[in-house]
Design a protein around this ligand. Structure first.
Ligand code: AMP
Length: 348
């Protein structure tokens, strides 16, 4: 995987400095394969790079925009941290915390909101998608969501934000806010970057895989046989390929299978083999889905084994969050003191 940034410089240029990497996930439900490939795998990758401080949080405040079941929120949060750990995040090397354990984040959100025109927030694609999905939940919290996300990112002065492709508009907004702040109050925030190779993992119906669309999602803790059954039953392939002897169109027609092959098969040659076999009608859709599920298994089976070992360890997870919260708060409150001072806020 390339380590170049989408927006600017190459990794090597910054190796002389400590780079802060930050990302988070909402506790709206179980993690799916899109979260795993688009986000968590990259979290682990950056944790393993020298010269980074990685901060990975659970966005419990963001979760409140669409979830109002307190029990579910508390449960999802602990389960997601277990997913983080089973994926390879190490609390000795990454700071793992909940957004709400740093009250300076919502405070920073208020300051940054003074630099954010309202109209722009209403045109952000993620906002439009959320009002389409949850028309009954258009709250002030939903509209200010990207500003809170900017506070998440700028609070620790993050340099890199590994997210899936759907989050580009939100990170762009954080970049704009950072620039506006720096222009108005003097150099304060690094302008955060995104990865060069962000992905968008399709769900079984070919649309973006999402937690709220449990019908199109692959839960990362699902047994492989269930994943296979779901792909066989619901995975959308080329609708013009009626018989196995008809050539298929993997690039344009296969909405939920071929594009996942591109993400999980071992290298380009393997992916091309699948595409050529489909184009030549040398492989049927069911067989192609079998190959896909085998490759998904190579990623998920080791993860699921580690995850089972964490089953009864809620106390351990709480300890990690407690320690992570203290570390994150120490970093972020430094930035917020600087922001207060630059904006003229004095706490008497
Ligand atoms: P969310 O579940 O919306 O809180 O997203 C958490 C992270 O997973 C973000 O970085 C998203 O961009 C990423 N993500 C969510 N769904 C997908 C998907 N279908 N493909 C790639 N990344 C995704």
């Amino acid at each position: 995987m390339s380590t170049e940034y989408r927006c600017s410089q190459k990794w090597e240029v910054f190796m002389s400095e400590i780079i802060r990497v930050l990302s988070g996930i909402r506790a709206t439900g179980k993690l799916h394969f899109g979260n795993f490939l688009g986000a968590v795998q990259n979290f682990v990758k950056y944790q393993e790079k020298e010269g980074t401080i990685c901060l990975y949080f659970i966005a419990d405040l963001h979760t409140l925009t669409t979830l109002d079941d307190p029990e579910e929120l508390r449960k999802n949060l602990i389960e997601i941290v277990k997913d983080y750990l089973a994926s390879g995040l190490d609390p000795e090397r990454s700071i793992i915390y909940t957004q709400s354990s740093v009250p300076e984040i919502p405070e920073l959100c208020i300051y940054l909101s003074m630099l954010q025109p309202l109209g722009e927030l209403q045109t952000i694609p993620t906002f439009k998608e959320l009002i389409r999905k949850f028309p009954e939940r258009v709250s002030l919290g939903l509209i200010t969501y990207p500003v809170l996300m900017a506070a998440d990112i700028l609070g620790p002065k993050s340099f890199l934000v590994p997210v899936g492709e759907d989050q580009v508009p939100n990170v762009e907004l954080a970049r704009d806010i950072a620039k506006r702040f720096n222009n108005r109050y003097g150099e304060t925030f690094p302008v955060p970057n995104m990865m060069q190779d962000m992905v968008r993992v399709p769900g079984l119906d070919g649309q973006k895989m999402g937690k709220s669309e449990s019908d199109n999602a692959i839960d990362i803790n699902m047994p492989l046989e269930e994943i296979r059954a779901r792909y066989l039953k619901k995975g959308v392939t080329d609708k013009n390929r009626i018989r196995a002897s008809d050539p298929g169109d993997p690039y344009n027609g296969c909405k939920s299978v071929y594009s996942v092959h591109e993400l999980v098969s071992e290298g380009e040659i393997e992916t091309r083999k699948i595409a050529n076999a489909c184009l030549a009608a040398a492989i049927g859709c069911a067989q192609c889905k079998d190959v896909l599920v085998e490759n998904i298994g190579k990623l998920l089976i080791p993860f699921q084994e580690r995850r089972r070992e964490l089953a009864g360890k809620d106390g351990y997870v709480r300890e990690i969050l407690h320690e992570g919260g203290k570390k994150a708060r120490a970093l972020i409150s430094e930035t917020v003191s600087e922001v207060r001072e630059k904006m003229g806020i004095v706490i008497y």
